[in-house]
Design a protein around this ligand. Structure first.
Ligand SMILES: Cc1cc2nc3c(=O)[nH]c(=O)nc-3n(C[C@H](O)[C@H](O)[C@H](O)COP(=O)(O)OP(=O)(O)OC[C@H]3O[C@@H](n4cnc5c(N)ncnc54)[C@H](O)[C@@H]3O)c2cc1C
Length: 387
């Protein structure tokens, strides 16, 4: 068995790496603190001009017709460079990919080129105050009247909604039955529509999430994405499966680990002593990162064949998000008091402090550590479902 990339994929990696070296400048990192979840408007436009937004879509929809593996390579390299991709996930991975996979031709033609140009942005609006881990328990309703839908309810923790043009809102189109996942549909909603109130919430990591209130918001029928009442199947099979390789998290971890090794080399040359126990912990995390990398590539490969990642995605999510937490914690011990400084530069000082708070996001978003353990227990070990 050989795990390898094609010459085209390797060439693309070099291209993206060169782009990152040129565009992810010290000045940009100073602005964003090196946090990949932040958004920078100028950088987003640069990404659009380079053709990297929706690069995996066909050329007729504004993409480059690149493969899924090339898309994964792009995400990995951008994460390693600490590029601010905050708006990218909601717009491309959630809204754009969903339209591409199960939207109508009109939706593809109307939305994808605009997303690729960076002009249309989007957010996934799924979580509710009483439906987080148990997302299918959602109660936001979409009532069909005179050929339109009317949305009422609440969504919370919605990343990017304060500036996104569209929300991909998951709502109930049929009364809840014993099987919660039935009767759910997906809508594209213009977030400037009358009846929507958006309340930004500042996170401890420094970027915003939002609480959204919908009061009889009119949504035209052509904004239903996928089949009515079958939204849950679309979400699980396509939307949430698309980027579950965890490759971005692994890119950030690899960068942090390399930066810590570089810091140690400089410190040792300056005659400083770093405890052997800290070095051993870092070496162990380096080993973990290599195993996450292989798992991430395997998941991406399964996805490129149209297969579901299954328990592997939960395994890599659990292991790498908890590992990133350990890495940030260890980094604090290695760089000492500098770790507590808020400067936000290419150096570790400032970045680590921010990372330390931001890793909480990796543990929770996309399914908490407990939920990943439940999924692994159910899918990999065959234990009974707990939700
Ligand atoms: C920074 C940030 C950004 C986010 N961005 C988005 C976004 O853009 N769009 C969106 O829709 N959502 C978003 N979310 C929401 C995120 O997906 C939810 O926070 C997550 O699914 C957990 O839901 P909850 O916070 O309601 O916690 P709860 O589900 O209430 O869980 C609370 C605790 O109970 C545990 N728990 C719950 N059920 C079980 C169980 N069956 N077994 C064991 N333990 C359990 C959980 O692990 C957790 O520790 C974001 C969240 C954060 C923090």
């Amino acid at each position: 068995m050989e795990i390898t990339f094609t010459p085209q994929e390797n060439a693309f990696r070099q291209e993206v790496r060169k782009f990152a070296r040129q565009e992810v400048t010290d000045e940009l990192l100073h602005k964003t603190g090196g946090l990949t979840e932040t958004h920078d408007e100028t950088f987003y436009r640069t990404l659009a001009e380079a053709g990297y937004i929706g690069l995996q879509w066909p050329k007729e929809y504004g993409g480059q017709g690149r493969s899924h593996m090339e898309f994964v390579i792009f995400l990995e390299e951008m994460a390693y460079a600490l590029a601010p991709l905050g708006r990218y996930g909601g717009s491309v991975i959630f809204v754009g990919e969903s339209i591409h996979a199960y939207g109508t031709d009109w939706q593809r033609q109307h939305f994808l080129p605009g997303i690729a140009r960076g002009e249309i942005t989007g957010s996934l609006c799924m979580t509710e105050p009483d439906a987080g881990s148990d997302a299918a328990a959602l109660s936001t309703r979409a009532e069909e009247r005179d050929g339109d839908f009317y949305l009422s309810g609440q969504k919370v923790f919605i990343s990017g909604a304060e500036t996104s043009s569209y929300g991909m809102v998951i709502a109930r189109t049929a009364p809840q039955t014993a099987k919660k996942s039935e009767g759910i549909s997906i809508f594209l909603v213009d977030l400037k529509s009358p009846g929507i109130k958006i309340l930004p919430l500042q996170t401890i990591a420094g970027w915003k999430v939002n609480h959204l209130f919908f009061d009889q918001v009119k949504v035209a029928a052509n904004m239903l994405v996928g089949k009515k009442n079958e939204g849950w199947k679309h979400l699980v099979k396509e939307t949430l499966n698309f980027e579950r390789s965890g490759v971005a998290r692994m890119g950030v971890a690899a960068r942090l680990c390399d930066d810590l090794f570089a810091h140690i080399r400089v410190a040792q040359q300056a005659g400083e002593e770093i405890s052997q126990s800290l070095l051993h912990q870092l070496a162990e995390l380096k080993t973990d990162i290599e195993s996450w990398r292989l798992m991430s590539y395997r998941i991406a490969w399964l996805q490129s064949r149209g297969e579901m990642a299954g328990p592997q995605a939960s395994m890599v999510k659990l292991s790498s998000s908890e590992g990133l937490l350990r890495l940030a914690d260890l980094g604090m011990d290695i760089i000492g008091h500098l770790g507590r400084v808020q400067s936000g530069t290419r150096s570790l000082a400032g970045r680590l402090e921010w990372m330390y708070r931001a890793v909480q996001f990796h543990i929770t978003a996309g399914g908490t550590a407990e939920i990943q353990r439940n999924v692994i227990a159910r899918l990999a070990l065959g234990l009974p479902r707990s939700l």
